[in-house]
Design a protein around this ligand. Structure first.
Ligand SMILES: [Zn+2]
Ligand SMILES: [Zn+2]
Length: 258
């Protein structure tokens, strides 16, 4: 089976701590045969990747690791209502193999620094997050929706326990979200940055039940230390009944056995 990591950051991301070369060497060591760099394009951080530098750097590792690793060029584009025109202008004349669309902020409120959760009951906050996701995916350009269950990363700092939730409470909004993605020919990703929870498996099942087929897997690693999670991801995918996953080339999905 081919192992492909389709969510990976390098030093082209503000928070990336590995060079492309280090990531590629580690991937080979881990038995990964294809990877896609998906560095951040984040308007709120005023962070626009220099396309020429990025492509040059990717070309360099492609040449260096030729025959050992297939290397694709992608981005993780942070949804941003305000910056929609700038994002569209940026993407218009550039060629990428793959785009992850991710929500790191809801209406200017950052999830990472906790602003979004302030003064809200957590169950309501998660509902608002899904509602905002549904609105953003209708108008954003991307290949797969990134880390749908991102909020689970903040449970510890918010002092909530994963067992406090009844995930079926979100089935309706999640179904709407997945149906919209399927209708638009867009996919989801299985993000392995932090351990999977019941909700991740629930989403995998729901997506398949609804006829969704486009799914990628990614470590979301910002450092070589956290790249070793891919095998576990593929196991989870197979356990959930998937027989195929996706690679991308020039924004088109390629289905391969998992
Ligand atoms: Zn992200
Ligand atoms: Zn990421």
């Amino acid at each position: 089976m081919k192992i492909a990591d389709y969510h990976l950051h390098s030093r082209f991301s503000l928070d990336g701590m590995q060079t492309m070369e280090e990531a590629c060497s580690k991937a080979i060591e881990l038995g990964v045969s294809e990877l896609c760099f998906t560095d951040h394009l984040e308007f709120a951080d005023n962070y626009w990747i220099n396309y020429a530098d990025y492509q040059r750097s990717i070309e360099k590792v492609r040449q260096k690791f030729n025959n050992q690793l297939t290397i694709k060029s992608g981005l993780e584009v942070g949804f941003d209502k305000r910056a929609q025109p700038q994002i569209e202008t940026y993407l218009k004349d550039k060629e990428f193999d793959f785009l992850i669309g991710s929500m790191h902020r809801v209406e200017e409120l950052d999830l990472f620094n906790g602003d979004f959760f302030k003064g809200k009951e957590i169950r309501i906050a998660i509902h608002e997050y899904f509602q905002a996701l549904l609105e953003r995916i209708k108008i954003s350009d991307f290949s797969v929706l990134g880390h749908i269950t991102l909020f689970k990363r903040f449970f510890k700092q918010l002092g909530v326990n994963v067992s406090d939730f009844v995930w079926s409470d979100y089935d309706e909004i999640i179904r709407d979200l997945l149906q919209e993605l399927i209708m638009q020919g867009k996919g989801i990703e299985l993000n392995m940055r932090v351990p999977l929870i019941d909700l991740d498996f629930r989403i995998l099942r729901l997506y398949q039940e609804l006829g969704g087929e486009i799914i990628t897997l990614g470590s979301d690693a910002h450092h070589v230390r956290t790249m070793q999670v891919m095998k576990e991801g593929f196991e989870a995918l197979r356990d959930s009944g998937y027989r195929y996953y996706c690679l991308f080339e020039k924004r088109k999905p390629i289905f391969v056995h998992c």
